[in-house]
Design a protein around this ligand. Structure first.
Ligand code: 3PG
Length: 206
């Protein structure tokens, strides 16, 4: 595939399992999360995918997912660039709270708006719009030039930092982004055109 860009959300984390808002907190992967990351790697291996460089956040669940994918495709230790710009959306004051407890306290609708709307920030945290505002410049400056030069790029990151990227790549709008969910451990395989638009997208589901 030409101009290959693969996006992978980390596998299940300890706090995903406990149903806690996580954001910039740093829990590790669960055993299931490790297996999801390995499965993502196996799916990429089955397509014959190899990378020239990997990007991840400064959070361990994404870094470990990145390592596990690289191990599964036979490229352990591939050059990996870690940057805070790819971190999960900062959930601010919600970080560490149980999502069901938050629904009981603030109502289903309000919690859904904080989690999935484009421009409403959770208290003390980042909206998706804020997340786009840090992820997109990093993508344009550091990731996209490599893809355009023909380097095959893996980005192992988070539900909302990747939703920010997918919003831009897929041309989603503030109206259509709320229904877009990214599953843990299912890689999105993009091939880009010379003008940086998407030529092809595959969702590597089971
Ligand atoms: O930070 C978190 O809690 C999760 O990684 C993503 O949460 P969300 O499903 O509420 O966006």
């Amino acid at each position: 595939m030409n101009r290959l860009l693969v996006l992978a959300r980390h596998g299940q984390s300890e706090w995903n399992l406990k149903n806690l808002f996580t954001g910039w907190k740093d829990p590790g992967l669960t055993q299931r999360g490790v297996e999801e990351a390995r499965e993502a790697g196996r799916r990429l291996r089955a397509m014959g995918v190899q990378f020239d460089v990997a990007f991840t956040s400064v959070l361990s669940r994404a870094q470990r997912t990145c390592e596990l994918i690289l191990e599964e495709i036979g490229q352990p230790g591939l050059r990996t660039i870690r940057d805070q710009a790819l971190n999960e959306r900062d959930y601010g004051d919600l970080s560490g709270l149980n999502k069901d407890d938050a629904r009981a306290r603030w109502g289903e609708e309000q919690v859904h708006v904080w989690r999935r709307s484009y421009d409403v920030s959770p208290p003390g945290g980042e909206s998706l719009k804020d997340t786009v505002a840090r992820v997109l410049p990093y993508y344009v400056r550091e990731i996209l030039p490599r893809v355009m030069r023909g380097e095959r790029v893996l980005v192992a990151a988070h539900g909302n930092s990747l939703r920010a990227l997918v919003m831009v790549l897929d041309g989603l709008t503030p109206e259509t982004i709320p229904s877009m969910e990214l599953a843990t451990g299912i890689p999105l395989v993009y091939s880009l055109n010379a003008d940086t638009t998407v030529a092809d997208k595959k969702v590597l589901e089971g």
